[in-house]
Write a protein that binds this ligand. Structure first.
Ligand code: HEM
Length: 121
């Protein structure tokens, strides 16, 4: 009986340890930025400054939002000047002191293509 108890305890801790290791290394776990994410320089960002080829750096991440711009609910003149630039402040304020909604934040993640070199994510 005692042997069974020792055996069961051993198996239990083995599973706990394995779970912790897998949990730590699993890709996509919150808090673990994908190791393969592309690093984009400011020079490269600057080359995508057209409405039909529009990259924006927001909160340290670069987003290719060209395909989304025709859907954006404001006048193009509000967003287009931010193509090819660090647009964090413009995004945070919509140009007039009001933040975008959580839905907009969620939408933004779909266009993420990399990280701006030298910026914290
Ligand atoms: C960085 C430059 C940007 C500026 C200056 C800007 C500004 C604005 C303005 C003026 C509005 C309409 C008025 C309002 O709802 O208050 C708006 C709405 C919205 N924008 Fe932007 N925008 C920018 C980038 C983006 C990006 C990159 C996305 C997503 C990929 C986005 C998603 C939305 C959405 C979903 C709305 C509807 C309202 C909301 O959910 O907050 N915007 N934005």
């Amino acid at each position: 009986m005692r042997r069974l108890y020792v055996y069961a305890t051993g198996v239990f801790w083995l599973l706990v340890t394995a779970g912790a290791i897998v949990g730590h290394w699993a890709p996509g776990t919150p808090g673990h930025a994908p190791a393969t994410e592309r690093l984009i320089t400011l020079a490269e960002l600057t080359r995508h400054a057209r409405p039909d080829d529009c990259w924006m750096a927001i909160r340290g991440a670069v987003h290719d939002v060209g395909a989304y711009l025709p859907e954006h609910p404001s006048q193009p003149s509000v967003v287009v000047p931010w193509c090819g630039r660090n647009a964090t402040e413009a995004y945070e304020t919509k140009g007039r002191g009001r933040p975008h909604s959580p839905q907009a934040d969620e939408l933004l993640t779909r266009y993420r293509i990399g990280r701006l070199a030298g910026e914290q994510p």
